[in-house]
Design a protein. Structure first.
Length: 524
């Protein structure tokens, strides 16, 4: 029997698992995804891109994309959770995010030491002054020209930089610009070479991901990490809980383990889905609060790509995001949000290289292009697209904001996770962001590219799901207390984005990490 089983190895799971192992507890971390490294990161067609929740035995890839009516959610799957795929922004939530909706014991000032602990362990840094990329300069120019220069700032990133690197963004980046070093947890990494691949796995390990810090440290302190272990049920037993999981590697669906304490840290969707199943389907945890699934938020994510004729932006070079223009004080018609620069890994170049190589071997490889027979036409398109460099002139204006946080997660009749999302109350905030994106691109002679998914049906996609098992002072208002313990179930905890009671309006990982640090510290 373990002292603690942690379900999931993202910000909530890795951090609680690590700190509890440091306390000398016997910890097991069960993670549905695999360990990833530079030899396995997906790059080409046919690689393990997709986590398919309907068929995880066969498809347990990099990205879990869930589609609900008018809202899609992107999440990482792997040892390290969302840190593997994320854009490295590590920031505190604004102080005013704590003015409502939290248990009384959770305050901004009270969380500060935990925020600092996460920032230190993740070794956060800003892009050195000599390595600003064109997007950062465009952000600053847009802010200044639109009259918001004092709201522009650099963000802290969980990335390791070499301050002595002098990289010219007109040149393609090269891995040879990275310098190897050993981090504070004894793990080998490399410095950032501005390869622009943060979201698909950094080939030089410049990202300070959880599998490079908290997780190896947890292992050094005795924690066991089991990859490809998909948990399906939690059942109370005499001295704790029994966990049911599938071993996806061995294709064995009936594994169990027991522990005196369980920490559910499967992310906003994952933890809520698992607990909904335990409450309503297997009925092993029937007394979980009726607030389960309520108050879900997209964290107001919104993207407006803009085209810049004759101006080189190269969003496929440099860290994915590095700067913000901050309107979180509500100065824009009461709506709280911030604007960020966005980056896009140039997947097409990898695709083109792969397709070109395969075509060179066999020009008649029709199987590469289902339904298309003329390989020479495809080759021509590939040459054309590569030479045009589709990405060169696009600025992805990105943002997060404080939405109404009023969506609901639930199980449908087939037992699959579903969402009721209604944009009505959040629409003024999204419109304010869209209008600011236009203002900033107008000020810099950019041309916003119409987005039919937004213009026609207000369809959105978020990488920042929050809520579903929110913290509160009572079971009437939430699912867990300020220490992450589930109301009505002693020694059962939730510690991840699911417990955040409403939108933060900024990238949430450091807040999730700070709450996880606090939960682990206060756990008896
Ligand atoms: C493309 C992208 C970019 C992002 N950029 C940023 C950024 O720059 N800054 C920022 O702060 N945030 C960013 N985020 C969001 C950030 O990744 C999440 O907020 C964060 O990872 C959430 O932490 P968590 O602990 O709640 O869940 P996760 O990190 O998602 O961890 C949950 C873990 O549980 C596992 N799991 C799920 N279900 C089960 C199960 N049943 N059994 C076992 N394991 C399970 C998952 O595989 C996953 O590893 C980004 C996200 C994406 C997708």
């Amino acid at each position: 029997m373990y002292d603690v089983i942690v379900i999931g190895s993202g910000f909530g799971g890795a951090i609680t698992g690590c700190r509890l192992a440091e306390k000398g507890l016997k910890v097991l971390i069960l993670e549905r995804g695999q360990w990833w490294d530079k030899n396995t990161y997906p790059r080409k067609p046919g690689d393990a891109w997709i986590w398919n929740n309907d068929n995880p035995e066969k498809m347990h890839g990099w990205l879990d994309m869930r589609r609900f009516p008018h809202m899609a959610v992107a999440q990482g799957a792997g040892v390290g959770g969302g840190s593997l795929i994320y854009a490295n922004i590590s920031c505190n939530a604004p102080q005013n995010a704590f003015n409502y909706g939290w248990p009384a014991a959770i305050t901004y000032n009270g969380l500060l030491p935990y925020y600092d602990r996460v920032a230190k362990f993740m070794n956060v840094q800003k892009v050195p002054a000599n390595q600003w990329n064109p997007r950062m300069k465009l952000m600053q120019e847009g802010a200044t020209k639109a009259g918001f220069g004092d709201r522009f700032g650099q963000l802290e990133l969980a990335v390791s930089f070499d301050p002595n690197l002098n990289y010219n963004f007109d040149n393609p980046p090269s891995e040879t610009n990275s310098k190897e070093f050993t981090n504070a947890q004894g793990v080998k990494q490399g410095t950032c070479a501005h390869l622009g691949q943060c979201d698909i796995g950094c080939p030089v390990y410049a990202k300070n991901t959880l599998d490079k810090n908290y997780i190896p440290w947890a292992q050094k302190k005795g924690a066991e990490v089991r990859e490809l272990s998909l948990v399906s049920n939690i059942e109370p037993i005499a001295n704790g809980y029994k966990i049911y999981y599938s071993d996806l590697k061995a294709q064995s669906m009936d594994r169990t383990e027991t522990a005196t304490r369980v920490i559910v840290a499967s992310g906003s969707l994952g933890s809520t889905e698992l607990l909904l199943r335990c409450k309503n389907a297997t009925k092993t945890l029937p007394n979980i609060s009726g607030a389960l699934g309520q108050g879900w938020s997209s964290n107001g994510d919104f993207l407006t790509p803009a085209f810049y004729f004759g101006r080189t932006i190269n969003p496929d070079r440099g860290p994915t995001i590095s700067t913000s223009i901050n309107f979180l004080d509500g100065v824009q018609n009461g709506q709280k949000f911030w604007i960020e620069d966005g980056g896009i890994p140039n997947l097409f170049s990898g695709y083109y290289k792969d397709i070109s190589a395969r075509l060179a071997q066999d020009p008649n490889q029709h199987s590469l292009f289902e339904g298309l027979q003329a390989a020479n036409i495809i080759q021509h398109l590939i040459n054309l697209s590569t030479s045009l460099d589709l990405f060169k002139n696009i600025m992805p204006w990105f943002a997060q904001g404080v939405d109404a946080s009023d969506a609901q997660l639930l199980l449908d009749q087939k037992g699959k996770l579903d969402m009721k999302w209604d944009i009505t109350k959040s629409l003024p905030m999204f419109n304010e962001i869209a209008s600011m994106h236009k203002k900033l691109s107008d000020a810099t002679s950019g041309h916003p590219i119409p987005n039919p998914a937004w213009n026609n049906s207000h369809d959105l996609i978020t990488p920042h799901p929050l809520g579903g098992c929110r913290m509160a002072d009572s079971a009437t208002d939430g699912v867990v207390n300020d220490k992450g313990e589930v109301f009505g179930y002693k020694n059962l905890f939730v510690a991840d984005g699911a417990i955040i009671p409403h939108a933060l309006g900024v990238n949430p990982s450091r807040t999730i990490g700070a709450l996880a640090e606090r939960i682990a510290e206060l756990m008896q």
